[in-house]
Design a protein around this ligand. Sequence first.
Ligand code: GLV
Ligand code: MN
Ligand code: MN
Length: 411
Amino acid sequence: MPIDNRAARVRDQIEMLASVSEHHQYVQRTFCSLAAKLANDMVSGWMHAAGLKTRVDNMANLRGVLPGNNPQGRVFVMGSHLDTVIDAGKYDGPLGVLLAIDQAARLEAGSLPFDLEVIGFSDEEGVRYHSSYLGSSVVAGCFDQEQLSLKDAKGVSMQQAVEKFGGDVTKLSKDQIPKDKFLGYFEAHIEQGPVLEEKNIPVGVVQTINSQERVEIKVQGVPGHAGTTPMMIRKDALAGAALMIAEVEQLAQKDHENMVATVGKVDVFPGASNVIPGNVNFTLDLRSPNYERLSTFSKKLQQIFSGITQKRGLTYSWNLIKTNKSTPCDDQLTQILSEAISQAGYPVQALTSGAGHDAVAISNLGPVALMFIRCKNGISHHPDEFVATEDIGAAIKVCDVFFDKLSQQMQ
Ligand code: GLV
Ligand code: MN
Ligand code: MN
């Protein structure tokens, strides 16, 4: 099939998948939701049509295998995630899964010297449990079982959600790809930033993915009557949390080494206009190209939080949900990707990823490579996210050369 037709098919699939949502007004597919199940069904149909043998594993990951020419051969994985943020764009995650299925459709079963496994990971964004890479960390064998007791906003534990979806949490280790079987991982993803557009290049090659820390902060004060409690004796958890959140932004602004810090979710309890807030929970997302710098920032923030809460008679807890160092992409796979980009007729633009990707978790198994695809105005995590069909075509062209080169080198 000509590349233009393949790109149009991927674009149409992107549109169809975007209609699968938990919400009727915007795109939202969180871990183990009904929308996630419907998305798995839809994408599994496309996997079948591409000749893949599919299954949903115990962590809700959708997996399809195209067997290679050697039954003892190793497995090369291409994929990305099918979950989304709230009020999401259409391309973040799905584009990488659909490009992988497009490759499988092009390649014949038995033609590669390795098995090709296409994976639509069940959770990369971490919206439901605030902890990211749930799907890929099971595949990579680095899932922390303690996370199964985390609860979502409705009090449903991760274990309950997985079981309701049809998974068996006692069998998660069986879904890991054994390290000695793993050959490598390739992910294609929208850039989610402006560099490729500024340089007028359709694709780029990622060198490293920045380090990240996710934390949940719980601030405790004393609730009380909004009309009768004098200002000087209040222990208002929200007034304290507001100062803490402002410090997060100020401290990151003072950092000149690309440290970014975000509070994206705040819950106030009991949450009534005439009650002084007794408890506030908020999330913290910290990222930096330099993990040591991130750790120093994190410690400094804890000191500042202690100062603010002590002064106001509040208490707080700092619950580390997840931390990971910067992830370098593999030299050899990145070299093959760069050559593929060049051979497809595009300049080779190196990039750093400020966003997290399933490649971070999968790097625990072995080599990973990551290609970025230009998006409009660098917008992502927003419904205006957009990738031109011509750029999808450019990515397909690169993927074709990448897999042809990879299979030659692995003979
Ligand atoms: C995923 O998009 C992330 O970087 O949080
Ligand atoms: Mn995302
Ligand atoms: Mn993503």
